[in-house]
Write a protein of this length. Structure first.
Length: 218
């Protein structure tokens, strides 16, 4: 979902509609096969290339098949907003909102996003990159909805960003700001809670969005 804006761009640059058609076909497939009724999202779906339909799903970087890898939720949340921005297709906005409502309903009281919303209580694994990506997507939803809805999404984004700010390293001694990213649940314990470069990127992108001088690259 984060790669297909290149296809939308290709149609805008060349005037050839096929690139956009391919992108929308992909988004439609993800919408019908990856997004669950409650707004949570599968990480990996195996599709039958000959007959169509879902063969099976996989847990991927999350806790297990059927769980809720948080960064995967945010790729979908913000990714469908990207497709909505490029196409204006209302279903993409509604899908992004459905994923957003699932995400917001599962934000812990302290605002620290776990690696998987359905992981066991221990070990308590976190992923601040998911919070940063979610904030970007929520701000884009706030821009797209009416006045009566806007504050719901914007306030959720602000809560995530405030917690990230409190947990960040702004010192000159460290190259990275966001310090507690996690790549996948089933990795050795000493390979969790470290800097991941795109965590910094989406954190800064969200801040620029709030300041009103966002350079939208997607």
């Amino acid at each position: 979902m984060f790669n297909i804006p290149l296809l939308y761009w290709a149609t805008e640059e060349t005037g050839d509609p096929r690139f956009k058609q391919i992108a929308m076909r992909h988004a439609d497939t993800v919408m019908s096969t990856f997004v669950r009724p409650d707004g949570s999202v599968h990480h990996i779906v195996e599709l039958d290339p000959f007959n169509g339909g879902v063969v099976r799903t996989y847990g991927g970087q999350g806790y297990a098949d059927g769980s809720s890898w948080t960064r995967g939720q945010t790729w979908a949340l913000y990714g469908f907003m990207m497709s909505y921005i490029h196409t204006g297709k209302e279903e993409y906005l509604q899908t992004a909102k459905r994923i957003a409502h699932y995400f917001m309903a599962n934000i812990p009281e302290d605002g620290v996003i776990p690696l998987d919303f359905r992981q066991p209580a221990e070990p308590k694994l976190e992923d601040d990159t998911a919070a940063a990506i979610a904030a970007c997507g929520l701000i884009e939803i706030a821009k797209a909805v009416g006045e009566l809805e806007r504050e719901l999404y914007l306030n959720a984004a602000l809560k995530l960003l405030r917690v990230l700010d409190e947990r960040s390293d702004w010192s000159d001694e460290n190259d990275c700001i966001i310090q507690r990213g996690s790549e996948a649940y089933h990795k050795p314990r000493n390979q969790h809670h470290h800097a991941i470069i795109y965590g910094d990127y989406y954190f800064m992108e969200a801040i620029f969005k709030l300041k009103g001088n966002d350079l939208y690259l997607w």
